[in-house]
Design a protein around this ligand. Structure first.
Ligand SMILES: Cc1cc2nc3c(=O)[nH]c(=O)nc-3n(C[C@H](O)[C@H](O)[C@H](O)COP(=O)(O)OP(=O)(O)OC[C@H]3O[C@@H](n4cnc5c(N)ncnc54)[C@H](O)[C@@H]3O)c2cc1C
Length: 282
């Protein structure tokens, strides 16, 4: 496990709030904003959910008091969606209201497809009252085109991602080329709408295409930002910031880093080989 922690540190700021603050300060110094995620998913015990909420409240106050250039990201499964939808919506509404009091924006991460409809419904319920709210939409899901059409009608703020969860061929594109094609298709739809767009990818080809579209359609910088994950394509993050492109890095922290870490390892076989090579050598 200790060896895994060593590797996880590439993708996770640390186990405590102080680690997340430290990582944010370093990134902010380089003109890179952050979105802070307190790790923990599929929480099945109400006491644990309450702890997650308390941690998020502490995080929100810290961002405000320390004037960090940051917002927060959260998962419905850390707020009790697996316990009950009603309970989860109550928790989400409470946190979003709390964050708005401290002028901290919130993004709802998108998890596996069994949560997609509920996540979008919750977003629609809260977005009217809290226009800063953002939602992640996954380009690998075939339904995302329709979801985006219904969201852009509401001037939603959308973080467009490729999708990190394994889904069936019935509902998702399995080939990378198809997901990439859909990503661009959805991106153009978003550009032609009025909401805020977060281009959350490390894919340089997509980033270059997005830059060209922003120029072609005269999309002002306040309407978009690039987003990347902590520890991935760090040079590209700095390069975009140096060229004055708006950029935000997703910084996860907390003791429950294992699920997040596995998703990052699975995404790129080089990561897996690197870990295995090290494990067999030691
Ligand atoms: C800010 C942000 C928020 C996200 N939120 C969500 C969410 O809410 N729901 C969701 O399902 N997914 C989310 N994701 C993850 C996303 O869906 C992808 O799984 C992830 O970003 C990898 O895809 P990619 O777009 O970078 O493209 P890829 O084609 O996977 O990668 C492009 C290039 O990026 C680099 N790269 C990508 N991943 C890794 C890695 N793990 N290790 C090292 N290098 C890598 C490599 O150089 C690779 O060639 C988020 C991603 C970002 C950046």
């Amino acid at each position: 496990m200790n060896i895994l922690i060593y590797f996880a540190k590439r993708f996770v700021a640390g186990e405590n709030l102080e680690d997340a603050i430290k990582a944010t300060r370093i990134l902010n110094k380089n003109d890179i904003k952050t979105t802070l995620d307190f790790l923990g998913e599929h929480t099945l015990i109400k006491k644990e959910v309450s702890k997650n909420i308390e941690q998020y409240k502490k995080l929100i106050r810290s961002i405000n008091i320390l004037k960090l250039n940051s917002n927060i990201s959260l998962k419905l499964s850390s707020l009790g969606i697996d316990i009950s939808k009603k309970y989860c919506l109550k928790n989400l509404s409470y946190l979003v209201k709390y964050a708005s009091k401290y002028k901290v924006a919130v993004t709802i991460d998108m998890e596996g497809s069994k949560y997609t409809t509920t996540t979008i419904n919750f977003y629609k319920k809260l977005h009217k009252k809290y226009p800063n709210l953002e939602i992640a939409i996954q380009a690998n899901l075939k339904r995302s085109y329709k979801d985006i059409l219904s969201l852009i009608k509401r001037k939603a703020n959308i973080r467009l991602v490729k999708g990190a969860y394994k889904e069936s061929s019935k509902i998702s594109y399995l080939k990378k080329e198809d997901t990439n094609k859909n990503y661009i298709y959805l991106l153009i739809k978003l550009i032609k709408s009025k909401g805020f767009i977060a281009i959350a990818t490390h894919d340089q080809k997509i980033i270059e295409k997005a830059k060209n579209y922003f120029k072609k359609y005269n999309v002002k910088k306040y309407r978009y930002e690039f987003q990347m994950l902590y520890g991935i394509r760090r040079n590209l993050q700095i390069e975009l910031a140096d060229k004055s492109f708006p950029i935000r890095v997703y910084v996860p922290y907390g003791k429950k880093w294992l699920h997040y870490f596995y998703r990052r390892i699975r995404e790129r076989k080089e990561n897996l080989f690197f870990v295995l090579k090290y494990l067999f050598r030691s």
